[in-house]
Design a protein around this ligand. Sequence first.
Ligand SMILES: *[C@@H]1O[C@H](CO)[C@@H](O)[C@H](O)[C@H]1NC(C)=O
Ligand SMILES: *[C@@H]1O[C@H](CO)[C@@H](O)[C@H](O)[C@H]1NC(C)=O
Ligand SMILES: *[C@@H]1O[C@H](CO)[C@@H](O)[C@H](O)[C@H]1NC(C)=O
Ligand SMILES: *[C@@H]1O[C@H](CO)[C@@H](O)[C@H](O)[C@H]1NC(C)=O
Length: 376
Amino acid sequence: MKKKMMIQASCRKGLQVCFLLMMVGKLQGRITAPERLVAPVEKPFTLTCSVTRERGESLRQVRWLDVQNQTLLSYQPGNRDSVSGQQHVELATSPKDTSAITIRRVGFRDEGCYTCIFDMHPSGSKQGQTCLTVTAHISADSNKTAVSGKMASLSCSYALPEKVQQITWKHTSAEGASSEVASFAKRSDPMIEPPYQGRVWLSASLSDSQLTIQPVAVQDEGCYTCLYNTHSEGLKSSTVCLSTYVLPKPQVSYKTTAPGVIEANCTSLSRPPAEIVWNVERDNRTMGPPVTTHLPQGDGTTLVISTLTVRSGLLKDVSVKCLVHHKGLESPIAVSMNTKIGTALTILISVTTVAALLVMSLCFCLWKCFLRKEAD
Ligand SMILES: *[C@@H]1O[C@H](CO)[C@@H](O)[C@H](O)[C@H]1NC(C)=O
Ligand SMILES: *[C@@H]1O[C@H](CO)[C@@H](O)[C@H](O)[C@H]1NC(C)=O
Ligand SMILES: *[C@@H]1O[C@H](CO)[C@@H](O)[C@H](O)[C@H]1NC(C)=O
Ligand SMILES: *[C@@H]1O[C@H](CO)[C@@H](O)[C@H](O)[C@H]1NC(C)=O
């Protein structure tokens, strides 16, 4: 009677919960157990069963059978010392007339139907069943960048390789064009699509799939989707995007455009476009602002030209550098106009020439002296 009131009370509290319980819970005899449950792999998971007791009835023992109908756990309620069972499960705390067991770490082999058996006195045993589906998510790398000509490696993983039939990698370019790159199926070798053969490799694994591209080309940029064909869960996928960089190799050229006026160009071909700044002797002041031109090339790279006009007198006094900043570089590349080194070189050459002349005249003197002595 008390029990009935409790149920009524809880039903009043949450009519939806009650309805849901009736929908999913299968009442086998007087046992309530969820019919189907989904358990994430590698996590603990708790199974529950509850019994509706008649007046005067007592619960003697609870037993749980695993997917092979082997005893998973058994115990006498209220007696912790009576618990016996397999290593990978433990008894969880639960309300009266309910039994809960926790699988410490769910694995693929835990998928299947579990039976809970309540041994009642004097009415005998009642049993219920719950079926478990083990699931996992696909985890992929975070977005990556690769330098053109070097190597790129993209990976996806899925913790239930037993359920995988095939893995397929697809490439989607920024323009939206999609193409298959490679695939690997159970009991076969990785397959690389003809346009990618010789520079794309795929690992022979159904759990950790790794796609390697070497050398990376500008057109390899885009998003890569790994698709896992699974038995019970259909198609699962994840996406990782790749950006390709072309590193700049800047150059500086200059010419005299008018008497005393020099025009200097700093050019850089890269992807994405580089940022060019001028540095005049560790000072960012420039003789008039530089003019920057962006010239996109057909291959996805951009030629950036920064033009700086300076008075030729300045070049004799200070060093003028062009600094190229690029996302793919740890520090900017500095290209000097060599003015300071030029001056130093001039001094060096002058000094060397003077020294050589001195040595030569000394030799000449000595030779003259000896020759005169011999002549005497
Ligand atoms: C376990 O027992 C149930 C009946 O109680 C039966 O339907 C099922 O096939 C058995 N499972 C195995 C793996 O023997
Ligand atoms: C990865 O790159 C794509 C496209 O460039 C973008 O839409 C997505 O938000 C990025 N994801 C992360 C996690 O940064
Ligand atoms: C600098 O680049 C411009 C084009 O942007 C070109 O017209 C000019 O001749 C170049 N000057 C030098 C010194 O290379
Ligand atoms: C130049 O230097 C000054 C101070 O040294 C700074 O405030 C300014 O932002 C710099 N300009 C650039 C373009 O780096």
